[in-house]
Design a protein around this ligand. Sequence first.
Ligand code: ADP
Ligand code: ADP
Length: 254
Amino acid sequence: MASITLNNIVKKYDDGFPAVNNVSLDIADGEFVILVGPSGCGKSTLLRMIVGLEDITSGELQIDGTRMNEAAPKDRNLAMVFQNYALYPHLTVYENIAFPLRLAKKSSGSNGDSTEGANGGSNGGSRGRSPGGAGGGSVDDRVRKAAEMLELTEHLERKPANLSGGQRQRVAMGRAIVRQADAFLFDEPLSNLDAKLRGQMRAEIAQLQRRLGVTSVYVTHDQTEAMTLGDRVAVLKKGELQQVASPRELYEQP
Ligand code: ADP
Ligand code: ADP
């Protein structure tokens, strides 16, 4: 787990107009923060800067108090959960969940099942591992433990095409869990699901986040998700942070 600090973060794309403008936000260890705002307000840009897929124009990103602006994505040890699941269609559920661990093992050159698998063999990702969840043990143990938490045990040999939308979403989360990432970053993970499933998955994500206690940033344009999921809601508008408050404070506002 880790704290994430944004200090006056600015992102300007080629047109020079700030897509994210002077955003400052302290996200505590284990906290669940929702980033909400209309389409085009800069949510994805902000998330991509945190994970390292987009350069920061100015300002500073810190993870556990260490400047991370220049760190490669793999050295940030953050796990992104996408709306389109990004699962490998030719791999089973088991293999999809195990994938980040196998990848990490290969790149760190170790053999045998290792507990070090989750940080990509990097030198920057060894800050405190998340305590709960599928931590420790062999790759097989970790995959099975994650599958159990996500109620995917009976589906481990299936391919993504044979899963429901909700199950696919859970596989995507399983991947994030086995990596023992310092934080989860959710990019509108439920927007492809129908309303009923969305409600169900919302509850599951909230429950899982609390169980794991892993720092999470969740991007959505959906007010209901914003008001029900997290500890705090950060409202973005035209690239600027308008307000940061608990759901209750927002709700009770005149
Ligand atoms: P959101 O996720 O809230 O919908 P984005 O972060 O995708 O918002 O976009 C914020 C602003 O930045 C928008 O005006 C968008 O057009 C612009 N933008 C996003 N990505 C790029 C890019 N790769 N190049 C240029 N402009 C971009
Ligand atoms: P690849 O080498 O597969 O093309 P990238 O170059 O996009 O992957 O990223 C390299 C590393 O950065 C990955 O191994 C992964 O650890 C990390 N990474 C990339 N995208 C993400 C993401 N969306 N969320 C978390 N980590 C990511």
